[in-house]
Design a protein around this ligand. Sequence first.
Ligand code: NAD
Length: 484
Amino acid sequence: MQNILNYINGEFLEPQSQEWLDNYEPSSGKVYSKIPNSDERDIALAVKAAENAFPNWSKTTIEERSSILQRISESILENLEILVIAEAKDNGKPESLARAVDIPRAASNFKFFSQAITQFSTNAHESVGLNAVNYTLRKPLGVVGCISPWNLPLYLFTWKIAPALVSGNCVVAKPSEVTPMTAYLLSNICHNAGLPKGVLNIVHGLGTTTGQAIIEHPNVKAISFTGGTATGEHIARTAAPMFKKLSLELGGKNPNLIFADCDYDRMLETTVRSSFANQGQICLCGSRIFVEASIYDKFKTDFVNKVSQLNVGHPSSKDTNVGALVSKPHLEKVFSYIEKAETYGGKILTGGNKVTVKGYEDGYYLEPTVIEVSSNDCKLNQEEIFGPVVTLMPFKTEEEALQLANGVRYGLAATIWTNNLNRTMRLSSEIEAGIVWVNTWMMRDLRTPFGGMKDSGVGREGGFEALRFFTCLLYTSPSPRDLS
Ligand code: NAD
């Protein structure tokens, strides 16, 4: 059985505790590798290595950092198939999805930030009449922590690491203990791409021990975290008294507003995808679907029909639309909402059952499930289920649709389907969400800021916002005399 190793100071190390955690393959329910159960001693080593590497790394030229990131990007693409298979095995997602989205996007993250840094500049402010100028500088923060979740493992891990590294920081990173494999493979890729030792340290283990040791370490100056809202609250509470810089990308319960005047076929096809891509385990999935009353019955019939045709199957099968959920506890959590759907006032229209896939009887498979609800206040609409479960509900007016969309503690993303331009403009500015898509879903230029409102997070990542997060701003002012 393969042992995943920590990557600290350019070396592949076993955990100090010599304890290992089981890593499960969701599609078979079997343990297939072991993960270091790292503790504060491993984190202390990693932070020390990062501190030692910082003086040199922060002074490398932009060209040098940029070209190393470029090499990492190329190497991810050269190893695409290995990473695709590893990601699908570790996470349960269809290989086709990892091949089309996860792994190419991980390569793009490195490529994008290798280029973005060359265009990142600071400002000068001339004090007219005083013969003086103030100018700003952006400096790397030092040692930063990057902590990521299991749903898009390499995609989100690299989304944090690339901007942190390219702006001159040294990194202590922890992938989710549920999906550590591609982060481990990435440590090999970065090592071979010539990243100097100590610049990137990848430490594996549980959130409550390994992750906790990162957020508590006084010399980690910033935490970029993506994960659940409850964990985000805990991190904020722990890190705030140490004045760490925080970027928190948290949970969502995204509304999908469908108006009768939309391009119906395109909407229907995209809504199936925005509901069930990655088994519904994308923070941006539209999990609350609100449909204008005049087309509600038609939509209900067509949507249920399409959803019931989705194939639940093994990640490696070409016919699979919906793979396995990421873990047994997560399957049980999602299933518990389905079991109580009626108690919560819901009616299951399709799905609702666990699935047995031949040859993989212990895998964590669940039918894509559509539940009709009569109130937005029910638990099914208020709590993040984060699985292949969506709710349907009709609305009568635009005002009601807006109220329903905003009637939740989260504010990550929203999708509007309409061909009415004025309505688009009105709703886009009134919906409480960091991202509003119109007549599309998951369309994202890497330059755009990304992040949530309300309980979906604090801060923005992506594009220059990520480079701003991973740098501190200083201003300096030569005296007018020095300029003369
Ligand atoms: P999680 O909060 O349980 O874990 C996320 C990461 O935090 C993991 O690496 C975990 O080990 C670590 N962690 C847990 N406790 C910690 C602690 N005390 N200190 C430091 N680190 C700790 O989330 P998850 O179950 O892995 O992921 C699912 C959640 O992530 C969902 O809520 C989803 O909406 C959210 N998510 C948000 C975005 C976004 O961009 N807003 C993107 C993807 C996923």
